[in-house]
Design a protein around this ligand. Structure first.
Ligand SMILES: C[S@@+](CC[C@H](N)C(=O)[O-])C[C@H]1O[C@@H](n2cnc3c(N)ncnc32)[C@H](O)[C@@H]1O
Length: 229
């Protein structure tokens, strides 16, 4: 059964998708995601899950890197998936499924790698979701979560009320504990600074001013990853 938090998040991201914000996120998230792809050590035949895939820009990028494998994008928002499918018609090894991180609509041990970009702080039950990531990974597979909204980057904390949907502001240690408790080994983290140039003046709503945006970029996104033994 859908809970209220899930419904709010789904509705919100359906609206984002209709407003074209799914595609815009590619520009915002690519600079922090690009350094993660070599760390994932993608093999041409890897089976990869993009969890909270949005408009599917990363799913398509990864599909090109795993020509003998396959990529599945999963997202809670139908409109995001609609756009992801429409933009991916030329990709034979890429499919999209509606689902949630705490009930991933995929078989046990069906992936070698999982990546999730800027989605995990919306998950209502992050511990259960990390357990789900463990369930759908095959032995030796790895799961990679990348987020900008976390305790050790104070320059994003103002996003909580601005986002208008339930979010969870968790620490690096909390995320790593979810991984360890789910059974992951070799659980590690690192921070990935955003190299995007910051304008002299900032007039948007996400940061107080250009200096806060610069600090946010410098602290960077949190990457947490682990391996299923
Ligand atoms: C900020 S967007 C990021 C999308 C994409 N990963 C990107 O980098 O462009 C967050 C995405 O997570 C999805 N999402 C939020 N909560 C989710 C959940 N519980 N299960 C699956 N997807 C979820 C949203 O629908 C949205 O598409």
């Amino acid at each position: 059964m859908d809970n209220q938090a899930e419904i709010k998040v789904r509705n919100e991201f359906d609206e984002w998708a209709k407003a074209g914000r799914g595609e815009e996120m590619a520009d915002h998230h690519l600079p922090i995601t690009e350094p993660v792809l070599p760390l994932m050590d993608l093999k041409p035949n890897d089976r990869v899950l993009d969890l909270g895939c949005g408009s599917g820009w990363l799913s398509r990028r990864i599909a090109r890197r795993v020509p003998e494998g396959r990529v599945v994008g999963v997202d809670i928002a139908k409109e995001m998936l609609h756009r992801a499918c429409a933009a991916s018609s030329g990709y034979a090894n890429l499919t999209f499924n509606e689902g949630t991180a705490d009930r991933i609509p995929c078989d046990d041990r069906s992936f070698d790698k999982i990546i999730s970009v800027e989605s995990a702080y919306y998950w209502p039950d992050p511990a259960a979701s990390v357990r789900e990531m463990f369930r759908v990974l095959d032995a030796g597979g790895s799961a990679w979560i990348l987020i900008n909204f976390y305790l050790e980057n104070p320059h994003s904390h103002q996003w909580g009320p601005l986002l208008g949907v339930p979010t969870r502001l968790l620490s690096t240690e909390q995320w790593m504990r979810f991984y360890r408790e789910a059974g992951f080994v070799d659980v590690r983290h690192r921070q990935i600074p955003d190299p995007t140039p910051v304008p002299d003046q900032y007039s948007g709503r996400w940061f107080q001013d250009a200096e806060q945006m610069r600090n946010f970029h410098q602290v960077g996104a949190l990457l947490v990853h682990g391996t299923r033994p």
